[in-house]
Design a protein around this ligand. Structure first.
Ligand SMILES: Cc1cc2nc3c(=O)[nH]c(=O)nc-3n(C[C@H](O)[C@H](O)[C@H](O)COP(=O)(O)OP(=O)(O)OC[C@H]3O[C@@H](n4cnc5c(N)ncnc54)[C@H](O)[C@@H]3O)c2cc1C
Length: 218
């Protein structure tokens, strides 16, 4: 990465406190990070966000809420089409594979990403693409996608890095047939039957499989 692509040290106009590069740095651009960054920017603070994923939006936009809802919407439209006498008169039911339907979600994700990136631009929040790790309580080391690193500092650092699903040690996630809530939407085939382990809120997204692909859910 060339130096001009890396975050520039703040100017006087945006940095009241000359000791640090920013008043605040937020790690993560999911709903938590976005809310924190916008809130801080609106109080006149100089703010940067660091995101290691290729685009802003967090799990919500890329592997959680948005894709699961886009999937559900596509499946209900398909069911409507296949059961509405107006369309079924032609006698041809439409069937799509899970990956085909999921592809449709990509358009929605792109739209959401553009929208969310615009919020950062409009509020003059600097977006830094890279992985953050702590050097000390005011300093982050950013590792850029090309492997280069840079330290940046802030008076306040907000951790909004989300969570990851619990993986019980007695479940083999390497078998290729076991998914967690972050990876289930990357399925490459139509599942005929699914066993769900756990009964948290995210299970509510699972009926889409039985509705769309007649999968047996246990
Ligand atoms: C399948 C599924 C369906 C869901 N459906 C719903 C729903 O219907 N309604 C609902 O309210 N919620 C739903 N959720 C949950 C929702 O997605 C999360 O609650 C929400 O995304 C949490 O937001 P967050 O900002 O805390 O974290 P995240 O959205 O996870 O964002 C964290 C961000 O931090 C980044 N990050 C992490 N570490 C670093 C680092 N060191 N450096 C730089 N960046 C880093 C990550 O790349 C990520 O972009 C669903 C989740 C899943 C998996």
């Amino acid at each position: 990465m060339s130096d001009k692509d890396k975050p520039q040290k703040n100017t006087e106009e945006t940095t009241p406190n000359p000791t640090f590069d920013y008043d605040a740095i937020v790690i993560g651009t999911g709903p938590g990070g976005e809310g924190a960054a916008m809130g801080l920017a609106k109080t006149g603070k100089s703010v940067a966000v660091v995101e290691r994923h290729s685009a802003v939006g967090g799990g919500c936009t890329h592997w959680g809420t948005i894709p699961s809802k886009a999937l559900r919407q596509s499946v209900s439209q398909l069911i409507h089409f296949n059961t509405n006498p107006l369309f079924s008169e032609s006698g041809r039911e439409k069937h799509f594979t899970f990956p085909q339907i999921l592809k449709h979600a990509e358009g929605v994700i792109r739209q959401q990403t553009r929208l969310r990136a615009g919020f950062y631009d409009r509020n003059r929040v600097q977006l830094i693409k890279g992985e953050a790790s702590f050097v000390d309580k005011h300093t982050l080391c950013i590792t850029y996608p090309d492997g280069s690193t840079q330290n940046i500092t802030a008076q306040t650092i907000v951790i909004a890095t989300g969570s990851r699903p619990y993986r019980p040690t007695d479940v083999d996630f390497t078998s290729g047939r076991v998914y967690d809530s972050d990876t289930i939407l990357s399925l490459k085939h139509d599942p005929r039957s699914i066993i769900i382990y756990g009964a948290g809120l995210l299970v509510l997204n699972m009926p889409v499989f039985s509705e769309g692909w007649a999968s047996k859910l246990t």
